[in-house]
Ligand binder design. Structure first.
Ligand code: C2O
Ligand code: CU
Length: 511
């Protein structure tokens, strides 16, 4: 299935651009094509192109040139040298119910001896981890110290539409806004980032992203590593491309099918390593990249346990040998380092076995936590399973021509309405295009949903938990049980940030 898609991709794209080397203007350095100047007619013509008279020789030749052919053939990352200890974001908790969050700009020493211009929350780069407890009433006292408008969006938080921080809640430079709400969901690892129309991708790229942890009675009492920065670590994965001067130049590297880079930062750290004890360690993984998918595994091939999805604990820990996260998605995993010695070279690697995060084991430190076997009581009920589909969405296109149900985002158009507290089945189909199509991570604001089925089948065990973003492959159809607990206007969109910005976004009004 996958290889067939790839071949189609190669054929079509090579025919279209007549060989990459001949017309390099159609492609960029990142090895992805730019289709932004194609008309819709071009696109449908391409869909009906006939390649049946191509020889195997032709195909081989194209294969050689495939660097420019596919959506998914990305520039590779480098092995981390491990020379920098991973940065740990400051942990912030409400004080008298208030959390101050300021979006600001500054400079950050990412490369030794060089100051890079960056954005951050409460600091020059990235943001803190905001930790709250279910039931708590919290005021986020937001402030925009940037020289451009921004918004504060709480990704994955069950929150009224007017507090959600979507494109409607623009905060001008110098502006402040109090966002008060009661934490009404269970333990989970969420995040926050800006969402201004037309500038989300660039602001995130420059560093606006932070974690939100929600804890509850369950998470406080379960047997799990939960000491922040000791055996419980946030890890945000973001690839970037730096200029020669080691600056971000978003406009120069912007790609309409998703901006990627050759340099990985984890928690903003270049060439990171993480020092941990000879013990079980919890890693809270966030794909905070604009576009790249990350497949993560241990270089030893050893298994780890996944304990949580985007929106909370799985019912029980699941043994995994690798995990793939699309932009916006999170997962929590437990890695058991007790079986390794300091001499062992242990690292998180990606699908190409590139060392993303080497670990250094401090054998003085150990715990003997037996991970709880029962973590949650998530269930898709028979009733939910039998509900009819009442909202259908078709994701289609690429580059600047990305659509949901044939339409692009319009802030003045409400695409759907839904009643507060009522569960509806959303069916989302990722329609392949003539390039074979690509993964669209589909995200809905203001709620956590349940994955009812993928192509009519039960989702894999590690998707049987609360989600707010689901990676939908080309050709796939997913059914989601979606319920909003609050009223208001909420976005739904592809979390490839450039797709979102190019219009692969719609609005649902909850009444
Ligand atoms: Cu993480 Cu609409 O966003
Ligand atoms: Cu997309």
């Amino acid at each position: 299935m996958k290889s067939k898609l790839l071949v189609t991709t190669l054929l079509v794209s090579s025919v279209f651009i007549g060989g990459c080397s001949a017309s390099n203007s159609e492609s960029d350095e990142n090895g992805t094509m730019d289709h932004s100047n194609m008309t819709e007619e071009d696109m449908s013509n391409m869909e009906s192109m006939d390649h049946s008279n191509m020889t195997e020789e032709d195909m081989k030749e194209m294969d050689m040139e495939n660097g420019h052919a596919s959506h998914t053939n990305l520039v590779a990352l480098n092995d981390s040298t491990g020379e920098n200890e991973l940065a740990l974001p400051p942990l912030v908790e409400p004080e008298n119910g208030v959390v101050n969050i300021t979006a600001q700009q500054g400079t950050t020493e990412i490369f030794e001896g060089v100051q890079t211009n960056t954005f951050g929350y409460n600091g020059s780069f990235l943001g803190p981890v905001i930790r709250m407890t279910e039931g708590e009433t919290v005021t986020f006292r937001t402030k925009n110290e940037l020289t451009e408008p921004t918004t504060f969006h709480w990704h994955g938080v069950d929150i009224p539409g007017e507090a959600d921080g979507g494109p409607h809640q623009l905060l001008e430079p110098g502006g402040t806004e109090d966002v008060k709400f009661t934490v009404s969901q269970g333990a989970s690892t969420l995040w926050f980032h800006p969402h201004p129309e037309g500038a989300t991708a660039e602001q995130v790229y420059k560093g606006l992203a932070g974690f939100i942890y929600i804890e509850d009675n369950r998470s406080k009492n379960l047997d799990l590593p939960k000491e922040y920065g000791i055996n419980d670590f946030p890890l945000v994965f973001q690839d970037r491309e730096f200029t020669q001067e080691k600056q971000f130049d978003y406009q120069a590297v912007r790609n309409d099918d998703g901006t990627i880079g050759n340099t990985l930062l984890i928690n903003g750290t270049l060439n990171p390593k993480l020092t941990i004890g000879k013990e079980k360690v919890r890693l809270r993984l966030l794909n905070g990249a604009n576009a790249r998918n990350y497949t993560l595994k241990l270089n030893t091939g050893d298994k780890f346990q996944q304990i949580a999805t985007d929106g909370g604990f799985l019912n029980q820990p699941i043994e995994m040998s690798e995990i793939t996260l699309a932009p916006g998605e999170r997962a929590e995993i437990i890695v058991d380092f007790s079986k390794y010695n300091s001499e062992n070279e242990i690292a998180l690697v990606n699908e190409d076995d590139i060392r993303l995060l080497p670990f250094s084991i401090d054998k003085q430190k150990s715990n003997s936590i037996e991970i709880s076997e029962s973590l949650n009581d998530y269930v898709v009920t028979d009733e939910e399973r039998n509900l009819p589909v009442t909202k259908k969405l078709e994701l289609f296109g690429m580059g600047k021509m990305v659509y949901i149900n044939g339409q692009q985002f319009d802030m003045n158009r409400i695409d759907f309405t839904q009643k507060q507290g009522e569960t509806e089945i959303w069916e989302i189909y990722n329609k392949p295009d003539m390039m074979g199509g690509m993964i669209h991570p589909f995200h809905i604001h203001g709620t956590q949903f349940k994955v009812v089925s993928i192509d009519g089948k039960e989702p894999p065990a590690n998707l049987q938990g609360w989600k707010d973003t689901i990676s939908i492959e080309s050709g796939q159809t997913v059914k989601l049980a979606v319920k909003f607990n609050h009223k208001g206007i909420y976005m739904f969109h592809c979390h490839v940030l450039e797709h979102e910005e190019n219009g692969m976004m719609g609005q649902v009004e909850v009444i």
